[in-house]
Every structure is written in structure tokens, then in C-alpha cells.
Design a protein around this ligand. Structure first.
Ligand SMILES: Cc1cc2nc3c(=O)[nH]c(=O)nc-3n(C[C@H](O)[C@H](O)[C@H](O)COP(=O)(O)O)c2cc1C
Length: 537
């Protein structure tokens, strides 16, 4: 019965059909191709039946193959047919459509009112004013660093996505778009490549544990190489990556199919082998040494601003960096706070799901720490991690950021469709692949225009929201401007939710509401990332 009506029936009927068509083909030769196809199908079915690697195929020969076919196209089916407009996977259809429309210069307005549930506990908003303001310019800048090479950075910039993770035309389009729109493009850890140079946009050169683009043969930092490159005019700031939200404590990963000879040359590594950078830096192992490295890079680059990027982990480690700045008077120019909700080209699953602090909590902590140490004006703060709309920028500036960086939204702007296939080199849109047959479909000039449009239209929306709130600059945003629903009957200003720390409170020994700062400020020093009494208490 199982062969006639049950799980082996497809195998049975394929074999039967093959035998019948083969016999008939002896008389009617035209049926031979059909017999061959049925023969191949039957052979495949018998292979499924006898193999022992895939249980489902063994128990459901031929039929079981539909499971694998449907599973392989599940993300696409879901995205096109079953995903709701607000499902965040990780970005919702609403968010992606907004980016596509802004990038193409179409109106991103929605008729008929909001589809959000305003009584859900997650709901949050910006309060408006009865006296709206008027703003003439729609970009908002922050000055980072000191001296003649201090950099005036836009409130929205492109977050690090390495050459290698992204294709040559993608990198060039992002950089060219940044140039058109007057904002900055971060290289990611994969070095400053000829495609960044061709794009010509203001560049933040990121250096991570692999020291790609400024490394010696043994993988250590090469000061001469760094000096030569960092002095180029196009490079405006330097960022030392300590960690990244999607995989904190893990080195960068570029899988073998994407390590082409060109990437290998740019990074100084062997071609077509997995390129995994170490999990920690070889140049420093204490907060004081980190600050010395910052000073060294600033000097080698001729005085350019130098910052760090990190996802917040153990609170005492960041506190020890701030304490070291207070004690040594050596300063980091900016801190990029990356939330654990951030993206990556490739990361181990558990790292992406369960490691590191989400952005909003981390941002408030970093802001509090710098405020308490009296360094909030000296050290500027950037935020990244699922920021996509003008409201997101407002919300994160209100929680403590001076500017925001976006990676995946700018990838959407140049054609990414969220296929989530960034490491195999099979990206369907040509954005995250090193296969020339796949990225040939990208026109750099056209995509650069979309990058500029997305930036421009997002900041136009930002300006209008600030006006509605009666403000004239993102620097005026404060936690009290943002409201969050906590339950069906309770709402609170962010100011009343998060712990507050007064300016200079830590150095003046005043009490602080943030328990992490209250516990650890006096127990850390620049000599170690660990608390002084690391006694398991
Ligand atoms: C394909 C891809 C490659 C990335 N490469 C880097 C990198 O080289 N260095 C880095 O610091 N962050 C890298 N990131 C993380 C982003 O810079 C950013 O911190 C994170 O994705 C959060 O921003 P988003 O939510 O706007 O994407 C990468 C992200 C993606 C999606």
C-alpha cells in the first residue's frame, strides 16, 4: 500500500511510467526523451530511497525533495506573500519601502493614518510643541576633534561595511553618494580601497584587530603604512573598532568565496581562504594603552580625530576607559555605540542573538558615564543599530547621540532586498557579493544618486519633525522630548524612565542614579579593564 498510495507512491509511479514509456519508445522513437527524463527521475528516487544521510528523503523518496525546495525559497515566499507590513525581519516592509521611496526621490507619505498600535507597550513618540520653530538648513552638524583637522560631521552617515562584504560598485556608489550629499562613509574594517578613492566621499577609516590596510606580514600594526594612507585628504577621521553589535568579542569574518585576489591585496591576506581577524587588538590590553594608541594614531595621521567603536559589554570596561581619560587627560575624540541589534556580513548565530547590549540601553549608559565624568562636550557620541527613519535619529539623539550611522538602510538605498545572503557571494542584488557576474547590474552613478537622495530626504523629514517639536537643532534634543508607553494606562517621558547622572557628578563624588556607575566608578583605573577588586563578589 505504501508504494501504491503512501509515501513511496511517487517513486513507484515514476518507475512504472519509466518502464511503460521505455517499452512504448521501442515502437514510437519520439517517446525516447520522455523515457530518459522519467528514467532519471526514477533513478533519483531510488537513490533517495537507499541513501541514509537524509532521513526525510529516505522515507519520502522524491516527494521529500519538495520540502528542501520550499525551505530554500521560504524567505522569499514569506517576504513576498506572508510578511505583514510591520514584521521586522529584521527590517519591516514599511521601513524598507520608506528607504526605497526616499532613495528614488518619491514621496514617502502614507495616506489614511497610522497602522501602528498606539496602545501597545512598545509604542513611543516625539512630543510636539504648540510653538513650532522654523529651520532654514536641513543638515545638522557636530564638530569632532580639535585643531585645523577637526571634522564637521553630518547627523547622518554611512556605517562601516567593508569592501569585500560589499561589492566594488556598492562601495564606490556609497562613497560617491556621500560626496554628493556632503556626509561621511565609514570603510568598515576591510581597509580603504581604490573604490572608496574612486567614490571620493569623506571617509572614516576604520581599523580593527586585523589592521587591514596598515598591517605588517605578521598581522601587527604598521605605523608607516598607516601614516602614508591616513594623511590623504579624503580620510577625515579614524575609528578603532573594539567590537561590533552583531558579534561582539568575535573577529571580523569574510568567508573564502569572497576573498578574491583584489580583496586579498587590499587587506594583505591570502586569497580564497576564510579571512578571520583576531578577537582582540595586539596594540593594547589596558585602557591607558588604548589611549596611548589613540594618541599615536592622531599624531601619525597629522591630527585627525580618532574615535572608538564598540558594543557595550561589561560596564566596568567602558567606565575604566572614561576614568583613564579623566586621570591621564588623554582623550578619545568620539565613541560610536553599536547596538546588539546591528547587522553584519557573517556572525555565529549565538553571537548575533544573545551577546552585547542593545543600542538604547548602551547609549544612555555611555551618555551618563561621559556626563558624570565631565567629558560629554569633549567626547562626541555616535549611535548605530537599526536606525532607519528620521524619528529614529531624533529618538537616539534625544537619548544621547550627537549623530547616527546607518549601514543596512544605505544598503537598501543601493538595491539590497534583505535576502540575508551576505556571506556566500550569491547576493541577488549585487550589493553584498564579490562575483562580477552578479554585481555587473549596479550602475554606480545611478546608485550614488539614490544614496544622496535617501540622506537628503531623511534629513528633510528630520528637519520637519524638529520644527514640529519647536527645536532648531538635534543638539537640543533631550530625553524629556521622547515619550514611551509602559502599559495600557501609563506613559512616561524617557527622562523619567532612564537613570539620570548630573554633569561632573562622578568626579565631584556626588551620588548618581545609574547603579553601574555608582558601583564601579571607584573600582576601576586605566591600568586594567577589570575592576580593582576582581574577587568574584
Ligand atoms: C554587510 C555588513 C558588513 C558590515 N561590516 C562592518 C565592518 O566591517 N565594521 C564594522 O564596524 N561594522 C560592520 N557592520 C556593522 C554596521 O556598521 C553597523 O554597525 C550595524 O549594522 C548597525 O547598523 P544598521 O542597523 O544601520 O545596519 C557591517 C554590517 C553589515 C550589514
Amino acid at each position: 500500500m505504501e508504494f501504491i498510495l503512501g509515501r513511496y507512491s511517487l517513486l513507484f509511479y515514476a518507475t512504472l511510467a519509466f518502464i511503460i514509456t521505455l517499452i512504448t519508445a521501442l515502437k514510437y522513437l519520439a517517446l525516447l526523451p520522455v523515457a530518459i527524463v522519467l528514467g532519471l527521475l526514477a533513478a533519483l528516487g531510488w537513490h533517495d530511497y537507499t541513501q541514509k544521510k537524509h532521513s526525510v528523503l529516505g522515507n519520502y523518496p522524491l516527494m521529500g525533495r519538495f520540502r528542501f525546495i520550499f525551505e530554500s525559497i521560504r524567505p522569499e515566499l514569506r517576504q513576498y506573500f506572508w510578511e505583514s507590513d510591520t514584521d521586522e525581519l529584521p527590517f519591516s516592509r514599511n521601513q524598507r519601502s520608506m528607504v526605497y521611496q526616499r532613495a528614488k526621490g518619491m514621496i514617502a507619505a502614507r495616506p489614511f493614518g497610522s497602522i501602528l498600535d498606539m496602545y501597545s507597550e512598545e509604542h513611543n513618540w516625539l512630543n510636539h510643541s504648540i510653538t513650532p520653530s522654523q529651520i532654514d538648513e536641513h543638515d545638522f552638524y557636530t564638530t569632532v576633534g580639535h585643531g585645523k583637522l577637526a571634522y564637521k560631521i553630518s547627523v547622518l552617515n554611512i556605517s562601516g561595511t567593508s569592501f569585500g562584504a560589499l561589492s566594488p560598485p556598492a562601495i564606490q556608489a556609497l562613497s560617491a553618494g556621500a560626496k554628493l550629499g556632503g556626509f561621511a562613509h565609514n570603510t568598515g574594517e576591510g581597509a580603504f580601497s581604490k573604490y572608496h578613492e574612486a567614490g571620493g566621499g569623506d571617509t572614516i577609516w576604520q581599523i580593527s584587530t586585523g589592521y587591514f590596510g596598515c598591517r605588517k606580514h605578521d598581522g601587527k600594526f604598521d605605523p608607516d603604512e598607516f601614516k602614508n594612507k591616513s594623511r590623504q585628504d579624503q580620510i577625515k577621521m579614524i575609528e578603532i573598532k573594539l567590537s561590533q553589535g552583531a558579534k561582539p568579542g568575535h573577529g571580523g569574518m569574510l568567508m573564502a568565496p569572497k576573498v578574491t585576489p583584489e580583496i586579498a591585496e587590499t587587506r594583505g591576506v591570502p586569497a580564497f581562504q576564510d579571512c578571520i581577524s583576531p578577537s582582540h587588538h595586539s596594540e593594547f590590553s589596558t585602557p591607558d594603552e588604548l589611549l596611548n594608541f589613540v594618541e599615536k594614531l592622531r599624531k601619525l595621521s597629522g591630527g585627525k580625530p580618532v574615535g572608538i567603536k564598540l558594543c557595550i559589554g561589561h560596564p566596568w570596561e567602558f567606565i575604566s576607559i572614561v576614568k583613564a581619560m579623566v586621570d591621564s587627560r588623554k582623550f578619545i575624540d568620539f565613541v560610536t555605540v553599536d547596538g546588539s541589534e546591528g547587522g553584519t556580513g557573517a556572525a555565529p548565530v549565538e553571537f548575533a542573538m544573545h551577546l552585547g547590549c542593545p543600542l538604547r540601553d548602551a547609549l544612555v549608559f555611555v551618555d551618563n558615564c561621559l556626563r558624570g565624568a565631565g567629558l560629554r562636550d569633549r567626547v562626541k557620541v555616535a549611535a548605530s543599530g537599526k536606525i532607519v527613519s528620521a524619528y529614529d535619529i531624533i529618538r537616539h539623539c534625544a537619548l544621547g547621540a550627537d549623530w547616527c550611522n546607518m549601514a543596512r538602510p544605505f544598503m537598501f538605498a543601493i538595491g539590497c532586498i534583505q535576502a540575508r545572503d551576505c556571506s556566500s557571494s550569491n547576493c541577488p542584488s549585487g550589493v553584498a557579493t564579490m562575483n562580477p557576474k552578479r554585481y555587473r547590474v549596479m550602475d554606480v552613478k545611478d546608485r550614488a544618486g539614490r544614496v544622496k537622495n535617501f540622506h537628503n530626504n531623511t534629513l528633510e523629514a528630520l528637519k520637519e519633525m524638529l520644527e514640529a517639536a519647536g527645536l532648531t537643532h538635534t543638539h537640543q534634543l533631550n530625553r524629556r522630548h521622547i515619550v514611551r508607553r509602559l502599559s495600557a494606562s501609563q506613559i512616561k517621558l524617557a527622562d523619567q524612565i532612564y537613570p539620570r547622572v548630573e554633569i561632573n557628578a562622578l568626579i565631584e563624588g556626588k551620588p548618581v542614579e545609574d547603579p553601574r556607575l555608582a558601583s564601579y566608578w571607584h573600582r576601576v583605573s586605566g591600568a586594567s579593564f577589570q575592576p580593582i577588586d576582581n574577587d568574584r563578589l
